[in-house]
Design a protein around this ligand. Sequence first.
Ligand SMILES: Cc1cc2nc3c(=O)[nH]c(=O)nc-3n(C[C@H](O)[C@H](O)[C@H](O)COP(=O)(O)O)c2cc1C
Length: 430
Amino acid sequence: MKFKDIKALATVQGPARTPSQRLSRRCYSVEDMRKLAAKRLPGSIFDYIEGGGEDEVSLRRNRSSFDDWSFLPKWGSVENLDLGSTLLGGPVSMPLTLAPTGGTRLFHPDGESAVARAAQHAGLPYGLAHLSTTPMEQVSAAAPGARRWFNIEPMQDKAELQAVLDRAAAAGYEALLVNVDCRAIGHRERDYRNGFTAPPSIKLKTVVEGALHPRWALGFLANDAIAFPNLDAAIPDGPLSSTPDMWRTLLAGSYESTDWDDIRDLRTRWNGPIILKGVVNPNDAVIAADIGIDAIQVSNHGGRQLDHMASPLDLLPDIVDRAEGRLEIIVDGGIRRGSDVVKALALGADACSIGRPYLYGLAAAGQAGVAHVLTMFQTEMTRTMMLLGVSSIQELRLEGRDLIRHRAAPLITTSPARNARKGLAEMSTP
Ligand SMILES: Cc1cc2nc3c(=O)[nH]c(=O)nc-3n(C[C@H](O)[C@H](O)[C@H](O)COP(=O)(O)O)c2cc1C
């Protein structure tokens, strides 16, 4: 073969001109984005994203449980494949939300505003953390068309609570995401070993890490000091350094003794939807439905709080059955692929939520990085549903349990009753 023949076969890729072009040639999965984020961030900051509580058993289970569920594709035509769905009465371009993450400007100077803009562009809801490092009003101004939810803790001080609720309503937040899994703060030992505490202590290690990551250091130093401007009057809203241990103070002090009465009280104070975040016990799902809560987010806080918890994915079938469709169910923890979302929906979730994946994108490339992660979820979901043989989210949720099997289940799990319904002869395990 002559050179001109080879040349005719080869297509020469032009230079990547935009950040998103560069990302699409470099990051083919969330894992690729994670590696890029690990390069961009000082080790202790990256570990703050990555870490979990104590021995990180909950953290590891979140991820490994997805491997325990296998697909059983069905044959049939797949036409007009559509990822669109609804959540809490509003449209979503796919059943995915961006979970609240505190301290986001630590990872990129554009922080929460960049995440909100990417969510708006993708047509997905974004939960802004109470411990956000950007004022909630500024996030609203950055992404006025985004579906914005606000994350709070159930507070004992009702005047303080009302002030936050009024502020969130005035800033156009549609729903509340209420934590019920943070009575104490998880023991994230990576952070202690790294000397990465709140406030970040300036140790020699931190200085060296900053010098080795000049792009991150420049962004960090050139921008406003990290602060938590949504905490209102309860905690000084000045720079982090003025409030040592404020996270612990906030979390431990504000709702140690809150209970279901406080959730009932919250229900009377907030007109919009309420999502309880961190529900894992099926009984709690029933109580939540009884008191008029609109949705639960089945979550172990990304493995960052109580260790040795079951993975939210494994808990789903039980919770879905007990909830009997009386509230919507979002699930988070370990979701890294579109196929993970498809598995959760097949098990009955209404939507999934992601934390670390979009933080990797943010750390790697700001808004463009978050957008790339969301696009990867969209293309992966589309491909998975195509291969599985389903055309819509509704079909996936309706037929889901016939399309997925746990590794511990017998090879053929079809029940006689279900066979009869479908007019099939009874099958037995070989
Ligand atoms: C760095 C970081 C900060 C977080 N901060 C909050 C928070 O302020 N409030 C909250 O409800 N959840 C918080 N979470 C938990 C997420 O909302 C979500 O439950 C979790 O990240 C989902 O797991 P995943 O990271 O495996 O997707 C945080 C998670 C991370 C990684």
